[in-house]
Design a protein around this ligand. Structure first.
Ligand code: HEM
Length: 418
């Protein structure tokens, strides 16, 4: 049984496993029988531990001294040269991490983010009205892709005309294991030439160049936006080196739109597959201001996992891991753990609270943009359920080939209006 399960766990290293949607049954079996499962990987990678239980994921996140982020948070095994080039805030530990995060943290507080709500609602309302002018449309292109990028652009003070570029960079970076999006498929020989770039993607060079032009402008004239804060920041009396600015900007421009875009698509997917939940929200949209929002995000988490690396021999649950081992924290699985979330296999918008792992939990890297993401998600869902009566798929839902991001590339829908 365990051997079979260990073999099955190896499927988590293969992006093909995810093209039909998240492997919920495999996650459930692992949580039950092998919660810290050794997951073999094809050479030259060394394999990793798959952590599927909620409590173990939180414990590992919390103990950043034993489980470092500084070997990278993707499963790719990076040598020192690659790390030197590719490290961004998310790949560091305190205290360096704390100093980097502090530069922008003040821009992501509830008070500041709430200031964007009326702008956001205008964006969402216009987007919905345009999309719903037809009864049949492709949801990713006409709804999800239109919303987070506009808020991010405002925070970066970049023009509307650059939206398509930002979205396409997101696709090419996160889609590095999907032949439709990857410039050079991750792991292929061709990708070797890009090994020093984040995601091994040449799109990173375009993002760096774009960010650098903005940085030059803000150095000449500060606008108080995120770029201005980055170029004005000092750590230990020194401005950030260009490489840190490049990687920080890339992290932000990706995290700030790609994940939320996927979240919105997954939210609509959930409403289509659960018509009773749609009816409940149509009747009581105020639920979206409470735990129901977290419940939807629990059900459709955009990020499957993040990696840590053991800095010493240690124990996770009942399993011994060795110094240097890679650890994958499968947030998506922890979200469905009965031990933390009663009747976790049921979508229940009436829960009193949800112990959510979608944005991480307990560690220093807890999503910086979670409040913003939740506001974008809530306002989109509010405007959606206010307008639609029924919704169904109008063609196949096409998934991203990725074991990192729970992505939907295309989702044709047919709706009737209220
Ligand atoms: C639904 C949308 C989103 C999801 C599911 C999500 C998820 C995550 C997760 C899982 C992490 C890592 C947590 C950890 O390792 O402990 C993270 C980190 C991060 N997220 Fe998000 N995120 C979303 C939206 C956003 C937005 C809108 C922004 C910013 C504009 C953002 C910025 C970041 C940054 C900068 C980090 C790194 C934080 C650090 O290293 O301290 N995210 N996010």
């Amino acid at each position: 049984m365990t051997r079979t399960l260990a073999e099955a766990a190896a499927a988590l290293a293969d992006p093909d496993t995810f093209v039909d949607g998240p492997p919920w049954e495999l996650f459930a079996a692992l949580r039950e029988s092998d919660p810290v499962a050794w997951t073999a990987e094809p050479e030259p990678n060394q394999g990793f531990w798959t952590v599927t239980r909620h409590a173990d994921i939180v414990a590992v996140s919390r103990d950043w001294e034993t489980f470092t982020s500084n070997r990278g948070v993707s499963l790719e095994e990076l040598d020192n040269d690659q790390l030197e080039h590719r490290t961004s805030m998310i790949d560091t530990d305190p205290p360096a991490h704390t100093a980097m995060r502090k530069i922008l943290a003040g821009q992501f507080t509830p008070r500041v983010i709430n200031g964007y709500e009326s702008f956001l609602r205008g964006v969402v309302a216009r987007t919905m009205d345009n999309a719903l002018a037809r009864n049949e449309f492709e949801f990713v292109e006409h709804v999800s892709s239109e919303i987070p990028v506009r808020v991010l652009s405002r925070m970066l003070s970049v023009p509307d005309t650059d939206h398509a570029k930002l979205t396409s960079w997101g696709d090419r970076l996160v889609g590095n294991t999907d032949p439709e999006f990857a410039d050079a498929l991750h792991g292929s020989e061709e990708s070797e030439q890009y090994r020093l770039l984040p995601f091994r993607s040449p799109a990173a060079l375009e993002v760096f160049e774009y960010g650098r032009a903005l940085q030059v402008e803000r150095r000449a004239q500060s606008t108080g936006d995120l770029i201005s804060l980055m170029v004005e920041a000092e750590i230990d009396g020194e401005p950030l080196p260009q490489r840190d600015l490049d990687n920080y900007f890339l992290l932000l421009s990706l995290a700030g739109q790609e994940t939320t875009r996927q979240a919105i698509t997954l939210g609509m997917h959930t409403l289509i597959t659960h018509p009773a939940a749609l009816a409940q929200l149509q009747e009581r949209p105020e639920l979206l201001s409470g735990p129901a929002l977290d419940e939807l995000l629990r059900w459709g988490p955009p990020v499957y996992h993040m990696r840590r690396t053991a800095t010493r021999d240690a124990r996770i649950g009942d399993t011994d891991v060795r110094q240097g081992d890679k650890i994958a924290l499968w947030y998506a699985s922890g979200n469905r753990d009965e031990a933390a979330i009663p009747h976790a296999d049921t979508l229940d918008l009436g829960r009193e609270s949800v112990d959510l792992l979608t944005f991480g939990k307990g560690g220093p890297h807890f999503c910086l943009g979670s409040f913003l993401a939740k506001m974008e998600y809530r306002v989109t869902m509010e405007e959606l359920v206010a307008r639609i009566d029924t919704a169904e798929f109008n063609g196949p839902v096409e998934r991203l080939r990725s074991n990192f991001v729970n992505g939907v590339k295309r989702m044709p829908v047919r709706v009737t209006l209220r």
